[in-house]
Structures are given as C-alpha cells and as structure tokens.
Design a protein around this ligand. Structure first.
Ligand SMILES: [Ca+2]
Ligand SMILES: [Ca+2]
Length: 265
C-alpha cells in the first residue's frame, strides 16, 4: 500500500497553511488552494495520518488553530471540482474520514456536512451508502477515493480542510465611547462591516493595547496611551482597522484623546 502520510503538513499547522492561502502573489497559490465558486471561500487541504475515530477527528480538526478569517474542519467536498482537486493534491488511497455524517433525527436520515453546506454532490462507491447493520453514519474515502458510509471506528486518518473567507476592506461606522484618557486603557466598541480577519487596530498609528474581533461587525479594543500633545479640547486621531489593507476612510473612524485633567472632571 502506497499511503502517504502528510504529517509534515499537519505539523506545520493551520497558520502556515493559511499564510499560503492568504498570500496575494505567486503562482503557488493556484496550485495549493481551491476556490469554491458557490461562496468564494478558498480552501487548502491536508491528509492528517494517525488512527482516529470520526468523532475525534471532527473535534481535533475543528480545534486546530487557524489564521483570522479561516476555520478548520473535516473536509467537505461539495462538487466534482473540489473532489478532484483534493484527489490531485493529496493523492490519498482511501480510508480517511470526510466531514459527512448521517442525521438520524431527520426524516430519511439524510447525510449532512459538518459545515452545514448542502449535501447534494455525492461520490459514493458502488452499492454505497448501504448503512450496513443500520449503523453506518460516517463518511470515509474508499477505493478510488469514492465514498463509503461506515460505523464510527478507527480509520487511518482524516482530511483536514482549512477554509478562508476572502478579506474585505473594513468599514468603521461607530466607536463607543468616542473619547477617553490620553493615558489609554479605555475599552471601546467599534462597529462597522467586514471586520473578519482584522490583523491590527491602531489609534493615531499606535496599536491598540488589545483587541478582539467579536464578529464581522464588531470589535472590542483597549486604547493605547497617546504620547503627543493634547490640547484642552482634546486630540482627535484616526482609528484604523487592518484587514485587506486599511479600513475605508470615514468620519466615524476617529477617537479623541482627552488630557487627564479634563478626563477627571
Ligand atoms: Ca469544501
Ligand atoms: Ca457502507
């Protein structure tokens, strides 16, 4: 059996893989990433070796750290193009888990994907899915990389898909509160659009002490100290959210530092 374990890829980690995905130059990107025409997401794949049950593979895959804007999950193959891409790039010999699972609670116990994508493209092997003994709820690659349903059991590994949402320029529509002490330490909520994948948040060119992307439309951040001159009226600086470049310029993307004496009043 000529089964290749891509432990190196797995060890490299999702961050390394995602860095390739998010690259903006080079032809390597076209060789290693698949773009899903249905949603514009870009995916890379890795065969992760090591005998594992479907449930554990699902959990380990989902817990694998990913870059901002990306998630990891068991591979979800929703088209012939994606299936062929994975065949070509990984060259698997079968056995590996995919992200398909039967929903016994639904009428007809249909198969579903862990991502919730429609299970309408299928690549079943001849005579499958046969739900042997009524307990074959999980999808694995079988001979010729066609699919087989099988009970949850130890299989040679799983196919990891790292799926990324293309970054867009952020739009800031509000900062609350919009002012705070020049000493920093103000907790602010930034509202807007396209915050997914934010790599940096700056106030007047100085990085926020900390920030968290709560959702695509909300970021919470703690302001850094302001070292420049601050008049009695305060000093208004530009707020920047870096995703795909800086945010679109807007009047809302501002924060006013207040001299400490004024802040105390
Ligand atoms: Ca996919
Ligand atoms: Ca079967």
């Amino acid at each position: 059996m000529n089964r290749t374990f891509h432990r190196g890829l797995a060890a490299l980690g999702a961050a390394g893989i995602a860095a390739t995905v998010l690259g903006t130059t080079g032809t390597a990107q076209a060789d290693t990433t698949f773009t899903n025409p249905a949603n514009g997401h870009t995916s890379t794949y890795a065969a992760v070796g090591g005998y594992v049950t479907w449930a554990d593979a699902r959990d380990v895959a989902a817990a694998t750290p990913a870059s901002a804007g990306c998630t990891n999950h068991l591979a979800v193959l929703t088209s012939e193009a994606e299936k062929s891409f994975v065949d070509d790039t990984l060259g698997l010999q079968g056995g590996y888990w995919l992200g398909g699972v039967r929903d016994r609670s639904a009428e007809g116990a249909p198969f579903t994907w862990v991502t919730g994508e429609a299970f309408d493209y299928t690549n079943w092997d001849a005579g499958e899915p046969n739900d042997y003994l009524g307990s074959e709820d999980y999808v694995q690659l079988a001979a010729g990389n066609r699919w087989n349903d099988i009970y949850d059991s130890y299989q040679p590994g799983y196919v990891l898909e790292t799926e990324c949402v293309p970054l867009q320029r952020a739009v800031v529509t509000g900062v609350t509160p919009a002012s705070g002490s020049r000493s920093g330490g103000t907790s602010v909520t930034i509202t807007g659009e396209h915050f997914t994948g934010a790599k940096q948040v700056t106030f007047g060119g100085v990085a926020a002490t900390s920030y968290a992307v709560v959702s695509d439309t909300e970021i919470t951040a703690t302001t850094p100290a302001y070292s420049g001159a601050v008049s009695k009226k305060g000093r208004t600086v530009q707020l920047r959210v870096q995703t795909k470049g800086s945010n679109v310029k807007s009047k809302a993307a501002r924060f006013t530092y207040i001299a400490d004496a004024a802040a105390r009043r």
